[in-house]
Design a protein around this ligand. Structure first.
Ligand SMILES: [Zn+2]
Length: 490
């Protein structure tokens, strides 16, 4: 028998644990042989499809419509917005077809702005055409990353992006609040991943944006994982791409824009890392590819008893299917013990066991993925009991994640203390800081060197924490105008 289970503890070696779960729980296959390009296997892709479905449903409720752009981007468009042109060093270029050079090389999209906004300049003429809210989903983008990791960083990774156009900056700001609400409803309520919403410092915003906002969580190794980003693009792109409309006053004006990009992969990585345990994957009930597995306990020398057990398993499988659960009767040749481990590793929320004891008592044994015990439930009440167990599972997952998150935010008022906290715990550390505009960058650079790589995540949004008048920047000792969060990042 090949080594089925996870061979390291999550607490002791998170990096190796993560690699093993990705492979052994059948989420991705990295053996394709081109660095940074992975295969999404059915088990993992089911969970990813759920993330997409949640987002699409929520975004459409807000009035967004789906469109689909091709993967090719014109070179001149990538360079039109001056700061956005900062993407070009990481862009893949298509320069040849067969053995011939292409006359006008083009890029594989690193993100959508440079292909969508030239079209926007043709689509809108009047203030009456706005607001316009468009999005594209279930697509890939490409960036030439040097170090890659499944669901954390890839040369090709899964993407979702909204691109919104407004008559005023006020409307753009309202959209940013809606994006925050979308993150709360999907990433926290549905997927049970806690996060803080930051306004990023000016030196670390999206290339071309006025401001960038991100929900960030903490992985079990205490590193920050940015789960999404929302950008207030101001009029930067509308000026660069000439997106103009005739306003109510009949004067021509540039539009206001926002875009929002939940990191599909990053959310998946957080689900794997934060919810998983030493046995493998743990998945919220609604997202599980299989929600219930039924395992028969039979003995080869007791044929007639075995038949009764199998019949009972089939009956229960059918009745649960009728209730619309995703259920599997695992009647394979493997031993019950092997099956327990396999389905635990893959994160199936509920396991039902039926053997001679259960047949006699007209009950079934049930084990919940988040608990280390079995309970007996009466077959006639199975519908109600499964519902209860599914709620218990989701509550267990949420409580565990919330606890971990809460216990990993600390305060510091000096550089020495900060250095020690970063070294000992990582996590988020709140410190007083001089400025989150570009003049604070030199302090951020020093902080990064002193802490061996920690960054300033930003200030809390929408309610920034207040400093008291005596607080000083922990680097330059000037008056602290902000409480910023510091963390090491992926
Ligand atoms: Zn400073």
């Amino acid at each position: 028998m090949k080594e089925l289970g996870i061979t390291v503890k999550k607490q002791e070696n998170f990096s190796e644990w993560y690699t093993q779960v990705v492979q052994k729980a059948e989420l991705a296959d990295i053996r394709l042989g081109i660095q940074g390009f992975i295969v999404h296997k059915p088990w993992g892709f089911f969970i990813i499809k759920k993330i997409y479905e949640y987002l699409e449903e929520e975004i459409e409720k807000q009035g967004h419509s789906a469109f689909l752009f091709p993967v090719a981007v014109k070179e001149e468009n990538l360079k039109k917005e001056k700061q956005h042109a900062g993407f070009t060093p990481n862009v893949f270029w298509i320069t040849e077809a067969g053995d011939k050079k292409i006359e006008e090389k083009f890029a594989l999209r690193p993100t959508g702005e440079a292909q969508i906004y030239p079209m926007y300049s043709l689509w809108f003429r009047s203030h009456k055409d706005l607001p316009f809210k468009g999005y594209q989903s279930r697509i890939s983008v490409f960036r030439n990353e040097m170090t890659t990791r499944p669901f954390l960083r890839g040369r090709e990774f899964l993407f979702f992006e909204t691109h919104n156009v407004f008559n005023s900056h006020n409307e753009a700001e309202e959209q940013i609040k809606d994006d925050l609400e979308t993150c709360r409803k999907i990433i926290y309520d549905k997927i049970k991943i806690p996060f803080l919403y930051f306004k990023r410092p000016q030196w670390d915003k999206f290339k071309g944006a006025d401001h960038t906002f991100t929900p960030d969580t903490l992985m079990p190794d205490g590193k920050r994982n940015q789960l999404a980003s929302t950008h207030d693009l101001g009029q930067n792109f509308s000026k660069a791409f000439n997106i103009k409309i005739r306003g109510k006053d009949e004067k021509e004006q540039f539009v206001w824009q926002t875009c929002f990009g939940p990191g599909i992969w990053r959310i998946m990585a957080a689900l794997i890392g934060i919810h998983g345990d030493d046995k493998g994957l743990v998945i919220p009930f609604e997202m599980a590819p299989l929600q219930i597995v039924i395992i028969p306990i039979t003995f080869s020398d007791k044929k007639s008893e075995s038949k009764k057990i199998i019949d009972s398993c089939v009956k229960i499988e059918n009745s649960l299917k009728k209730l619309c659960y995703r259920v599997k009767f695992d009647n394979s040749e493997e031993t019950p013990g092997f099956k327990y481990h396999k389905w635990e590793l893959q994160g199936v929320p509920i396991r039902i066991e039926i053997g001679p004891k259960e047949i006699k008592s007209k009950k079934v044994s049930v084990a919940l993925r988040t608990e280390n015990k079995k309970t007996q439930i009466t077959i006639s009440k199975i519908d109600k009991e499964i519902k209860k167990l599914s709620l218990k599972l989701d509550k267990d997952i949420k409580d565990k994640a919330d606890n971990y998150f809460k216990n990993n935010t600390r305060n510091s008022n000096s550089l020495d203390e900060l250095k020690e906290l970063v070294k000992k715990y990582r996590g988020f550390i709140k410190v007083p800081f001089c400025s989150v505009d570009n003049d604070g960058k030199s302090c951020a650079d020093i902080l990064k060197i002193e802490t061996d790589g920690a960054d300033i995540c930003g200030t809390l949004y929408p309610k920034e924490e207040k400093t008291n008048p005596n607080q000083k920047c922990i680097i330059c000792n000037k008056k602290a105008n902000h409480i910023v969060y510091v963390a090491k990042s992926y």
